[in-house]
Design a protein around this ligand. Structure first.
Ligand SMILES: [Zn+2]
Length: 209
C-alpha cells in the first residue's frame, strides 16, 4: 500500500449515496473504501485499450483510464469543473486516496478512495450525508464562487462574504501563493530580458562609435 494522498473531486448525491458524476452506477458506500475497477469488461474503453495494448488489470493502470479520480487542489477542481453550472445534487469534497496511485499534473487516479470532508449547498444534503461519518460543511459559496474569483473579490469583500469564504481559505491561500509565484517568474524573465537588451545596447554602442 502506498502513501495516503488527498485530492478533490465532485460527486452526485443520489438516493442518500455519493455516486460518480460520470458513471451513475459507481456508488461510494458509507464507511467503506471505494475500490476502483477497470471498466474494460464493459467495453466502454475498448478503443483506448486496443490502441494501448492494455489487458484487463488491477486498477488503475498507466495505460488505461480507470481509477478513482481526484484533482490536485480544490482551486483546480473548481477551475476545470464548472460546479456553479451543475445540478443542485452536486457534492464537492476532499478524498483520501491510497493503494496504487497514478499521479498526473492535474491530479490522481487511485486504487482506493474515501471522502474525508464534504461540502454541500444546503443543510438537507448535510443531513443525508451524515452516514459517511466525515465532516459535512454547508458551503453555498463554493457552488457559486471559484477560488480565483474569491481572490479577485477579496479586496472588496464584506465581513459576510469573508465568512462565506471560510471553507475555502486554504485554497485561497494556495491561489494567492500561486499567483505570487507566477508574478515572480514573470519578473525574473523580464529582468533577464532587460539584461539582454542592455548588453545589446552596449555592444551596438561600441560597434557604432
Ligand atoms: Zn483499466
Amino acid at each position: 500500500m502506498g502513501t495516503e494522498i488527498r485530492g478533490w473531486r465532485v460527486w452526485q448525491l443520489q438516493d442518500k449515496r455519493l455516486t460518480s458524476v460520470t458513471v451513475d452506477s459507481v456508488v461510494y458506500e458509507p464507511r467503506q473504501a471505494t475500490r476502483a475497477e477497470c471498466m474494460f469488461p464493459l467495453g466502454s474503453y475498448l478503443p483506448v485499450l486496443r490502441r494501448t495494448g492494455a489487458t484487463f488489470h488491477r486498477a488503475p493502470s498507466e495505460r488505461c483510464t480507470c481509477g478513482v479520480y481526484a484533482m490536485r487542489s480544490l482551486e483546480r477542481l473548481l477551475r476545470e469543473f464548472r460546479v456553479s453550472d451543475a445540478g443542485s445534487n452536486l457534492v464537492v469534497g476532499e478524498i483520501k486516496l491510497w493503494g496504487r496511485v497514478i499521479v498526473s499534473a492535474a491530479g490522481f487516479r487511485a486504487e482506493f478512495g474515501y471522502p474525508s470532508q464534504l461540502y454541500v449547498r444546503d443543510p438537507a444534503a448535510q443531513q443525508l450525508l451524515g452516514v459517511y461519518g466525515v465532516p459535512v460543511v454547508v458551503a453555498a459559496s463554493l457552488f457559486g464562487w471559484k477560488a480565483r474569483q474569491v481572490v479577485e473579490a477579496l479586496p472588496t469583500a464584506t465581513p459576510e462574504m469573508l465568512e462565506h469564504f471560510r471553507p475555502l481559505r486554504g485554497n485561497i491561500l494556495n491561489e494567492v501563493e500561486h499567483r505570487i509565484q507566477g508574478h515572480r517568474g514573470r519578473i525574473k524573465a523580464l529582468e533577464a530580458e532587460i539584461d539582454r537588451c542592455e548588453n545589446w545596447i552596449a555592444v551596438l554602442k561600441q560597434a557604432l562609435s
